[in-house]
Design a binder for this molecule. Sequence first.
Ligand SMILES: [Zn+2]
Length: 160
Amino acid sequence: MRESLARAVNSSDMGMEIYTTDVDLVAAMSAGTHLGSYLLRVRDAGQTEFSHKAMLLLAHKIIKRFRLSRKIAENVAAQALIEWLRPHCRCCGGTKQIIVDKIIPCHQCGGSGVHRFTDTERRVKIGAGGRSVSDGLDYAQRIITQAACGMAVRARARLG
Ligand SMILES: [Zn+2]
């Protein structure tokens, strides 16, 4: 749990210090939004029961902004969460390299360590495609990033 905020801070790439005490983390959790709290609980504490709540919150925001059915909005939200939770290359696991007699750059991700979600992969998992789905996914990804990073910023401000 302690590492959750540290990762949030690191992912924000804002050069902030890493929190190292339980008191710091509790302050961070109390300073965040519901979505931010759910996201960090799922990603960093393994509390997967919060993933459904996060998905519903995201889907609600998507429906308010885009003309998508509830089912498709929920699928878009779920896809955004999956991409945020599991961004690493499926071949190298994010290490950027593989060992074949010697260590070589991963051929799957080209050494980035990041999985590239294709339009086809997204269309299959979401069950729909098109502009609204694509825009909804972009929107959901922005909300996720803001919620996760926002917790770190607010915690920093609260702790002084
Ligand atoms: Zn790779």
